[in-house]
Each structure stands twice: as structure tokens, then as C-alpha cells.
Design a protein around this ligand. Sequence first.
Ligand code: PMP
Length: 440
Amino acid sequence: MGKRLKSGWTITRSKPPKCAVHPPVMVLGLLLRVACAQADRYAGRKAAMTHSPYDDPFDLQPRLAEVRRRDAWRRRERRYGPVGPYAEVDGERLLSFVSNDYLGLAGDARVREAWVRGAGAYGVGAAASHLLGGHTPAHDALERVLAEWVGAERALLFSTGYMANLAVVTALAGRDWTIFENRRNHASLVDAVTLSRARRVRYRDLAALRACLPERRPGRGLIVTDGVFSMDGDVAPVAELAAIAKAEGLGLVVDDAHALGVVGGGGAGTLAAAGLVPGGGIALVGTLGKALGVLGAFVAGSADLIETLIQTARPYVYTTALPPALALAIEAAVDIARSEEFRRTRLARNIQILRAGAARSGLRLTASETAIQPLILGSNEAAVEAARHLRRAGILVGAVRPPTVPAGQARLRITLSSAHEEDHIRRLLDALIPFAQKVS
Ligand code: PMP
């Protein structure tokens, strides 16, 4: 019987049913449970004895063992404090030649102050994508400044250079395209070409590019290149590439990650150095975490290119916008990079001191006129040993090994900054020369 409520509804409370189990059934159930437990135990022992892929679906141990075997194990060391000529790494104060802070802006008080001001005005994060509420006047202002700097109609911000490269290549090219890529392009450009599904044709130099132009499929195509090659430091022949692209009706994408702020008048990059501007069939990618000292990247080019990226580029549409506070910091950094020419002059002087000192001692650095000054040592062991030797002398230089560089070309990647003093570079040379002479 239920209880009748004022509303007319009736609540009925049912009693739990009584269970009537016959004794023979109980015994049978007990026997069944014992049998199941035994079977489980047996299955467990068998699984422990036989290795099957289901035990370790990721299958990581063999891969890690292979990295160790190749002497290619990478370790993350903790750096304390801001970037500068010196770095405190894992408790040691070291003279550092590993950062991409080519103009010494990562710790600049004016850039820091702009960041703090931006955080006060906007908070610390954009909290949304550009198309869904994350876009701010700070982003707009920075895009205008960047476009003007490199001489483009428009520029578009990205959170990293990796994403900018993925965006521009995949938004432009598809299955029926052919992409001619330099063999030494940065991994993000290589991945961008893979993601685009275009036909990939790799070239070593201009002659090889000209020779492989007939491999182009019917349809459209691109040439993609680093402006400054990140592991060698040499500048790509962008004027010649632009001429080939124009003659062949190809587009050209130049990734100026290591050139912006450093190469060209006012640091406007390799296109500017070649008397070119982004636009028409030329797209420029610039990154903001190297010479500009902050984080992020941009694509510069025609208004149509930028609008196409906003409308269709997945790494633009489906990701959180760069924090607006960073946009303010970057704008301050761009202002300094453009106006304080003395930073490029000091960097050029530092490059000259290193190269002259190395040449006097028969040390063969790669043919680079930029802040990246590698010394190719060949084997992984040689590169690691050289880095260890410098470390013992209180100097931090990165050993770069395959797959970042081709097999047999492991190297010390020395990067210079305008913040280095002449004396710092002499110390590096004093430690490096006797060691390199001994091993060569
Ligand atoms: N392009 C080149 C040539 C680079 O060296 C790098 C960074 N190492 C990138 C793109 C990626 O830039 P980001 O670090 O901003 O993702």
C-alpha cells in the first residue's frame, strides 16, 4: 500500500525480496567460485611467462635502448635565472653559447616591463582562440608592427614557429601539389610538407633544385626553405630561389627563424637582405622566441594569404591565442631590435672575433656569417666529448647529433649573442683550440 500525497501522487515503498536458496545450489556456487579463482591464477602465471605485445602496447624499452646504444641520449638540465652570457645550470655558473637570444633581449628590462603591463591589462592568458574571443587590440597592434617591419601587406600571429610553418604550408599546398624542400630544412617545415600530402622533392643546392624542377607534377608547387639554416648557420640563396620560383610559377616560403632581427637592414630578414618583400607568391615566417627573446611567430605576406590562413589554417583556428601580454612584450622587443643597431654591430663583431681566432688556429667552423657557428666533429662521441671538455672549463656549448644533423656530422653548435663580450669569446677559443687540435 502506498502513502497518498496532497498532490494526488502515491509513493509506494517496496520491501526487499526474500532470497530462498536451496543448500545444493549454494554448494554448487561455492565450487564454481573456487574454480574461477584457480583459473585466474593460472592465467596470471601464464601471462607473466609469455611476453605478448598486449603486455606493453607502447613497446618503449627497445626504442630507448636504441637511443642509448647510438650515444644519442638527451638530457634536460635545469637553468636557473634569466638568459645572459652566463647561465647557472644544475648548480654551476657557466659561460653560455647555447641560447638563440642573439640580440640579448630575453632579459631586457623594457621587454619585461611591457609583459608585466600587459598582464595587468589583459591577465596572463588569452583564454580562447583568436576566432572565439581570444583576439585583442594588443595582437592587432603587433601584427601591424610586424607587417610594417618586413614590408608585407599583412602579418598573422601564431603561438610558435612550429605551428606557423605547419599552417602556411598546409593552408597553401595539398595532394596535387609538388613541394621542393631543402634537405637541411627545419623539422617543422619537413613535418609541414608531410602533413600537406603534397609530393616532396628534396634538393641540396641551387643546381640540384634546377635539375629536379621537371619532377614537378602537373599542378601547383612551392619551394620551402630556411632563411638561415639552423644547424649550419649559412644563409639560403633567397634571391635565386625567388627568381626560380617566379620563372616556374611556384610559390616560395622562407622560414626566417634565425634571420629575423639579425640579417638584413634593420634586422628585417633574408628577404630584405635580398631586396625582396613578402607578398605575391612569397610568404615569410618569422619567429619571436629567438632574436626577439620572447615566444611566438608570425606569417607575413599578401592580404589574401593572411585571410586564407585565418579562414582555413588548422594550427591557427583550433588553438589558444598567444597571451596578449606577450604581444605587448614582443612589440617592445621589436621596437628595440629595429632601432638599436648597435646590437647587430656587436653581434657581427663577436662573429668576426670567433671566426678569425678559429681560422688562425686551423679550426674549421662551417661557412656561416650568422650567430650560429658550428664546429663539425663527425662522430657522436667526439661531439659529446668536446662539449664535456668545454663544460669542465666552465663553458656551455651544445653537442648536436643525428637525427638533428646527418649521420657522421655531429657537431658543437656555438651560438653567439650581442650580449657576449670580446673576453667571453676569447675564453671559448682558449678552451676549444687545444682540444680540437688534439682530436683532429
Ligand atoms: N624554424 C626554425 C628554422 C627553427 O630553428 C625553429 C626552432 N628551433 C622553428 C622554426 C620553430 O620555432 P619555435 O621554437 O617558435 O616553435
